[in-house]
Write a protein that binds this ligand. Structure first.
Ligand code: GPK
Length: 830
């Protein structure tokens, strides 16, 4: 029976999402006049963007509605991707491409007197993430939707995303807030009806059978905002649910009436603060109570939502893991483990052991770093106060676990101490990675080398205990829709025309790129390939020229390093290499210089606001750039730019323009890296260390097509030992580097004393082994130069690189999770 009213009227009432050009212009004009309350004569580009976005949103909503209804009725097993970060970037262009409507909107917008590219440029990035981890989550959503997998993301709707980076006249990084929601956001659906109560503080009283009652404290509301995630050329449109915090009661009426306004709104302000701002730390743990509040708020709301959806199916609670898989993106959502225990034991009356079985069959845990400073550890007193019931549950889980370890390895006290969820001391700490591992069915790293390091270092004891099969690898991937078709339309078209297969086909099966190999030597194809790169270089040059007012030499090699500023990523190695090159050029005669391969070096990336050395590195880059860009002897041959405020949108301009990109972390420190994949997919060659996914890229494209240098992972530990116990001065170890450091100290690039703390990290402990890798780095740069001199050889390398990047599609990675971890199936919405 139709739910209400006349079925025919309902069905005929569904707004046709007709995709002919007249319907599109009609819908845009309609939004201008109604949603925006404007007229043809007062629409600027921003207004046009809003109207076009609202029009596209109508299509997305229609698909999203159908997908959600159809999937709910099918009650399949679903997977949930819990991530504190989703670095989405812009949506309009991506949505148009995924819907297959870009051409039509182009025409329609033109008819209305606008240019689609300008309109697309009006959109602000949704930058709810720091770097690789957050962007990976975004790529995974795209691949899940494209492959029609029932996957939802869960995250937080931060009012402020990653800060905006400004560069002061003296080269310092300044941070400004990113109020990205100031203009309304057409890509989200507020679900003010979907609200969940989340408790903090209070007290937990134990009952019998492992149960407890948690009461009192502060209650906060989580409100859902749904973001539509369209798949590529499919109706399937998935959901990303972001939670916003809100006070449960507006304000305290008693205080208000007594005239104490501050107190009246204090608790509501504290509730709203929870989802105010994204923490700007990457690869470092930051032990702030508000951050722990964010983590619990988000996991509690998400689990409650998941539980409600599961219960709507009417299945028995023991079937929970047959219908729900939850991927923990790093340790940030690990509180989901004790929270699911709490829901099952305290609220659903499930016996402890049965509940534990459900929990450990539901969760999967991805580790993204082995850097010790990034591993989350929360002080027990802090957690005890904020989450008293969870602290009890964690202690209970730990007791049972350690008893079982003791049975397997009797009398091994050191092992127990290492494996315990609780790190002893004053205060005690909760080790989130141990908890995540113990609570999950599988643990994975993000590239082969990294996963092996997970097995042999941070998780070694757990491998001994569980066996190695629990610890696996899923090499990261990137979506070829955004990172080729969208950011590099010229290359995408050239590939389509060359492969003679539809774009829709190779963009969903990236291994098809191998078909380019047979054209790698074809001179006409090489010419077209080079022309595309040249045009992307011009696009970047134009961007730089408008920003800096400096003309960029577009016949020079474009060399790019863009990523978060971090000592382990070694932007220092790059800048010291640039200074070395500069000094070398200065020492040459004008005739000698003419033989040098001109190079433009681009940097971009943010430093965590509290990371002093990283900020000093930015200052050094900016000030070196200022000197060399103005030096008439050398500027033709070497110039350098630090592009402020790196973002997804800026990456979309930089990556297609790169001829070589640098991924030069100390071996064993970069878990995977994903921009390396983006550059190579766009025909840029890789200059890097034998680290992370660089290794697998080289395996695919062939070692002759990458430029590798530096010590290997097994050597790193011993070198560090030597640095500590048998230090050798840099003057002895590496004279050219010593010279570079001294030039900086002596004030060649502005007051040298400013940089002493940075230079001393290299002169003294040199934990990241800059002094050990500098020589081979310089040699690698020379090899790059030599290879670049052979134009056709270089273009061939570029073609062969793109051709062999099929493995790095995030479609492959997501299918691996779906089949080997989540056990979910594709659903085709008819
Ligand atoms: C890893 F631990 C973290 C972190 O806090 N933030 C972050 O972006 C990155 N990462 C790794 O550094 C990259 O090597 C990796 O490719 C990326 O996560 C995705 O796995």
């Amino acid at each position: 029976i139709w739910p209400r009213g006349d079925e025919k009227t309902w069905k005929e009432g569904i707004r046709g999402v007709d995709s002919d050009v007249p319907s599109i212009t009609k819908s845009i004009v309609n939004h201008v006049q109604t949603s925006l309350a404007r007229q043809a004569y007062n629409v600027d580009n921003v207004g046009a963007y809003q109207a076009v976005a609202l029009s596209v949103r109508d299509d997305l909503i229609a698909n999203w509605n159908e997908t959600q209804l159809y999937t709910t009725n099918k009650t399949p097993k679903r997977a949930y991707y819990l991530s504190l970060e989703f670095l989405m970037g812009r949506t309009l262009d991506n949505a148009l491409l995924n819907l297959g409507l870009k051409q039509k909107y182009n025409e329609g917008v033109e008819k209305l007197g606008f240019n689609l590219e300008d309109i697309v440029d009006c959109e602000r990035d949704a930058a709810l993430g720091n770097g690789g981890l957050g962007r990976l989550a975004a790529c995974y959503l795209d691949s899940s939707a494209t492959q029609e997998l029932p996957v939802w993301g869960y995250g937080l709707r931060y009012k402020y995303g990653i800060f905006q980076q400004l560069i002061a006249p003296d080269g310092s990084q300044l941070e400004a807030p990113d109020p990205w929601l100031n203009n309304q956001n057409p890509w989200e659906l507020p679900r003010l009806d979907v609200t969940i109560e989340v408790r903090f503080y209070g007290h937990a009283e134990r009952l019998d059978k492992g149960k407890a009652i948690w009461s009192g404290g502060q209650e906060v509301l989580a409100v859902a905002y749904d973001v539509m995630i369209p798949g590529y050329h499919t109706k399937n449109t998935n959901n990303l649910r972001l939670w916003e915090s809100k006070p449960k009661r507006g304000f305290d009426l008693d205080s208000f009436n007594a005239g104490d306004y501050d107190r009246a709104v204090a608790s509501s302000t504290s509730a709203e603060n929870i989802t105010s701002v994204l923490y700007p730390n990457d690869n470092t743990y930051i032990g702030k109570e508000l951050r722990l509040k964010q983590q619990y708020f988000w996991t509690a709301a998400s689990l409650s939502d998941i539980m409600r959806r599961f219960k709507n199916t009417g299945k028995n609670i023991s079937e929970f893991p047959d219908f729900v898989a939850i991927q923990l993106n790093d340790t940030h959502p690990t509180l989901a483990v004790p929270e699911l225990m709490r829901l099952l034991v305290d609220e659903e009356d499930v016996p402890w052991d049965k509940a534990w079985k459900i929990v450990t069959n539901t969760f999967f845990f991805t580790n993204h770093t082995v850097l010790p400073e990034a591993l989350e550890k929360w002080p027990v007193p802090l957690m005890q106060n904020l989450l008293p019931r969870h602290m009890q549950i964690i202690f209970d889980i730990n007791l049972q676990f350690l008893q079982s370890v003791e049975r397997k390895f009797p009398g091994d006290r050191d092992r127990l101490a290492r494996m315990s969820i609780i790190q002893e001391g004053t205060p005690q700490y909760v080790r989130m990675a141990n908890l995540a591992c113990i609570g999950s069915r599988k643990v994975n790293g993000v590239a082969e080398l990294h996963s092996e390091l997970v097995r042999t270092t941070i998780m070694k004891d757990f491998v001994d205990y569980y066996g190695v099969s629990k610890f696996q690898n899923v090499t990261n991937g990137i979506t070829p829709r955004r990172w080729l078709d969208q950011c590099n339309p010229l290359l995408s078209d050239l590939i389509t025309e060359t492969l003679k297969i539809k774009k829709e086909v190779w963009l969903r099966d990236l291994y098809k790129l191998e078909g380019l190999l047979k054209f790698a030597d074809d001179p006409t194809f090489q010419k077209k390939w080079a022309a595309v790169k040249q045009s992307n270089k011009e696009r970047l040059a134009h961007h730089v020229e408008t920003q800096f007012g400096i003309k960029v030499n577009t016949s020079a090699m474009f060399d790019v390093q863009v990523k978060r500023l971090h000592e382990y990523k070694r932007q220092t190695l790059n800048i010291l290499g640039v200074v070395h090159r500069y000094l070398t050029l200065k020492a040459m005669s004008p005739a000698e210089r003419k033989k040098v391969n001109p190079r433009v070096v681009f940097f971009a990336g943010k430093a965590a606001p509290g990371y002093y050395i990283a900020k000093l590195t930015i200052k050094l880059i900016v000030n070196v750039a200022r000197v060399i860009n103005e030096d008439p002897d050398t500027k033709e041959y070497l110039s350098m730019f630090f592009l402020p405020d790196y973002s997804v949108s800026l990456a979309e301009i930089l990556i297609p323009a790169s001829e070589v990109s640098q991924h030069i972390s100390t071996a064993g420190t970069e878990a995977s890296g994903t921009s390396n994949m983006k550059f190579c997919l766009n025909g840029g060659l890789l200059l890097g260390t034998v680290d992370g996914a660089n290794i697998e890229i080289a395996e695919e494209v062939g070692e002759s097509n990458v430029f590798f240098f530096g010590h290997l992972t097994p050597a790193v530990e011993e070198l560090r030992y030597k640095h500590t116990y048998h230090p050798v001065p840099v003057e002895e170890k590496c004279p050219p580097l010593a010279k570079v450091l001294n030039e900086i100290s002596s004030g060649r690039f502005g007051d040298g004393s400013v940089y002493e703390p940075l230079l001393n990290t290299i002169r003294q402990v040199d934990y990241y082994l800059v002094t050990e890798d500098f020589d081979s780095y310089i040699r690698a740069l020379e090899m790059v130069d030599t290879a670049y001199q052979d134009r056709n050889g270089w273009i061939k390398k570029s073609i062969c690189t793109t051709a062999k990047m099929g493995k790095f599609s995030s479609d492959r990675a997501i299918m691996n999770y779906a089949e080997e971890y989540w056990n979910i199936e594709q659903i085709k919405v008819p």
